[in-house]
Design a protein around this ligand. Sequence first.
Ligand code: SAH
Length: 238
Amino acid sequence: MQHYFGTIAGDNAIIDGKQVHHMINVRRTNIGEHIEVSDGSEAYLCVVESLDPLVVRVESKIEQKRELDIDLTVAFALLKGDHNDLIVLKGTELGVGKFIPFLSSRTIIAPKDETDNRLLRLRKKAEEGAMQCRRETIPEVTEYARLEDVLKIKADHKLFAYEGMAGTSDDLYHYASKIEKRQSVLVVIGPEGGFSYEEARLALDFDFELVSLGRRILRAETAALYAASILSAASEND
Ligand code: SAH
């Protein structure tokens, strides 16, 4: 369906100037044809009633789907500074459904409990991100977990990004094509200092796939957002 930008005035859609020419002379839109008009925030299904003068009538609002077709959880080792905020804010834009900040053997910082300001700030970031990209739901940011607890979580696909796999053919990009709609996916990202060999072994014991995020060793926050981007793209384009 053709898509245009315009303003909605009651039952009518006023198509923005330059696009009128495109619509009538280039696309040769016909009377009775359905088009989609977006006012910058909502989209509407409309019908062309006449061409000269151009009259476009609004039929209904198109419900926009903003959530992923998969249930995506990103568990990330708590990082120093404001990198955690970045993971939650940008991960929310990419469609992550749940964030689990966790502590592992090489985690540098030692947070307090859930009254910790850092956690409150992360939840604010999830809200901010959800508003920004007009999501229907605000992703959950859980309390701090330990890696051992994260490994026990059940999911259809349990993926452990291990830098020791960098550059191998067991990469997330290829793995993502195996994921089907409505399945749950848990992806685990390590801290600045990475995962220990023992932690990677433990993940295997808990049925995780160890995956590569490409040839280069990414910083932890880049790794989390790279993983979320790949899984988000795979979920929306099949
Ligand atoms: N300091 C470590 C790297 C840590 S990167 C080192 O030099 O080896 C932080 C986390 O990002 C890793 O624990 C892993 O979960 C993820 N990561 C970064 N690059 C990756 C890659 N190419 N493949 C898989 N995981 C990667």
